[in-house]
Design a protein around this ligand. Structure first.
Ligand SMILES: *Cc1c(COP(=O)(O)O)cnc(C)c1O
Length: 458
């Protein structure tokens, strides 16, 4: 098992609390067996999400001190704009406080009621904003993406036959854009290939349809292209990122992932008219177009983070290989999980892990609780609880994938943290028959996974 050593050393440390099993049993019971309701202080290693949990560099902390907090025309805005042009290659940029705010603006401007927006699997906030604007999301990802054990190297790819079918059914006039995500989150952080992007570009041009990128994980995706796609092993991550963006008309971006900051996002485009309209929208929902809901210092740290993410290939190699290392250790312990390993997280297969718990008793939710009690590691359910209920029938959606996500924050944890987590999870696997199912004691109507409470079934 290969661990790529960290391309940095540690200058500031933050203490984390080690607790006893008894303490954690009480804490998770008080949290209603929902890891979202645990106090961060009661968590030893936090693998809930990689969103906004990044450790900033000394250069980013220094940049914070250089914040220009002018209401209009902050120098940090111009620097962020230059970083976006340099690294991603888009001409125009509108800052937003995070990714979903950019999705909101883009969806409002481009989608009309009755439109269809094809994408490579849905993302929660992306789909919600498409629906709020009156559009319908249509999944056009390849079938392999829905199979946790398919070894396809680019499970984020579009199936062009599915796009062709949609355009034949509804016509190109009802499709304002194709929404393409890099390193598809809900498929397990699975990349899209450059060949697929090129085909997609040709297809959208032929039909006069825009191609918009969810650029949140493009740097992670570029690493997989470099490693797996013929013709790219001698290209730098920076070159590959530029090429990915060059096939698209614009993007929405959450800076809380690849951008190496704790808050921030933007919308970018090469289309001047769309840019002008976006600036008119951002003042309504976020703030003036030269800060978009961010402090000057946030934009300063963000600009440095964007440049750092591609400055050398060392950072992203370490980042993605660290995720892979955790997967390899779990493979050696025979713990069932999604393969190939994605760019930001390892997803445990709770159906295979806990075959004695029926899906109605929330095996992934039960597993995330058991992992916390055993190890103090916080993970997240991605299964039937997250999927919610069908609005018309009231029945639970029963998704094929019943997963627990172990998400790795960037530049935060070391090899020994990951070894500790994997060893604890392997212990839970050994004692898996002792894990029991859960039932609801409180179920919120929407996005229930955040605040639901459960009890153990005796
Ligand atoms: C996190 C994320 C978003 C939303 O961004 P926020 O900054 O959380 O609003 C959109 N798309 C993808 C792929 C993401 O991972």
């Amino acid at each position: 098992m290969k661990y790529v050593p960290e391309p940095f050393r540690i200058k500031t440390v933050e203490s984390i609390k080690m607790t006893t099993r008894e303490y954690r049993q009480n804490a998770i019971a008080e949290a209603g067996y929902n890891t979202f309701l645990l106090k961060s202080e009661d968590v030893y290693i936090d693998l809930l999400t990689d969103s906004g949990t990044n450790a900033m560099s000394d250069a980013q902390w220094a940049a914070l001190q250089m914040g220009d907090e002018a209401y209009a025309g902050s120098r940090n805005f111009y620097d962020l704009e230059a970083a976006v042009q340099e690294v991603y290659g888009y001409r125009y940029m509108v800052p937003t406080h995070q990714g979903r705010a950019a999705e909101h603006i883009m969806s409002r401007l481009l989608i009309k009621p009755g439109d269809y927006v094809p994408g490579n699997m849905y993302f929660t906030t992306t789909r919600l904003h498409q629906e709020l604007a009156g559009g319908a999301f249509v999944d056009c990802i390849i079938d392999e993406a829905h199979n946790p054990y398919s070894l396809h190297p680019f499970k984020g790819n579009f199936d062009l036959a599915k796009l062709e079918r949609l355009v034949r059914e509804v016509g190109p006039g009802r499709i304002p854009y194709v929404s393409c995500a890099t390193c598809v989150n809900m498929a397990g952080g699975q990349p899209v290939s450059m060949a697929n992007l090129r085909d997609l570009r040709r297809w959208t041009e032929r039909h006069g349809i825009r191609l918009m990128l969810d650029n949140t994980r493009t740097v992670e995706n570029a690493y997989f292209i470099q490693q797996r796609e013929p013709g790219y092993k001698d290209k730098s991550i920076k070159e590959i990122v530029r090429e990915i963006c060059s096939y698209t008309d614009g993007c929405t971006t959450s800076g809380k992932k690849d951008g190496l900051v704790n808050i921030g996002g933007f919308l970018a485009t090469n289309d001047e008219e769309f840019f002008t309209e976006s600036k008119a929208q951002v003042v309504i929902y976020e703030g003036l177009h030269t800060y978009g809901g961010l402090a000057g210092r946030d934009m300063a740290a963000f600009a440095v983070g964007i440049r750092e993410s591609v400055a050398t290939d060392d950072y992203i190699r370490y980042r993605v290989e660290q995720v892979n290392y955790l997967g390899e250790v779990l493979t050696a312990a025979s713990v069932p999980h999604v393969v190939p390993h994605g760019g930001h997280a390892i997803f445990l297969d709770a159906k295979a892990f806990l075959p004695h718990i029926p899906q109605e008793q929330f095996p992934a939710q039960a597993l995330a609780s058991a992992i916390y009690v055993e190890t103090g590691v916080r993970a997240m359910e991605r299964g039937v609880v997250s999927a919610g209920r069908n609005k018309d029938t009231g029945e639970n959606y029963m998704p094929k994938l019943e997963l627990v996500r172990l998400t790795i924050p960037r530049r935060v944890y070391t090899q020994s943290h990951l070894d500790y987590a994997a060893e604890g999870i392997a212990n839970v696997y050994r004692l898996r028959e002792q894990v029991r199912g859960l039932r609801f004691v409180y179920e919120p109507k929407q996005l229930r996974f955040f605040q639901a409470r459960f009890e153990k079934i005796k």
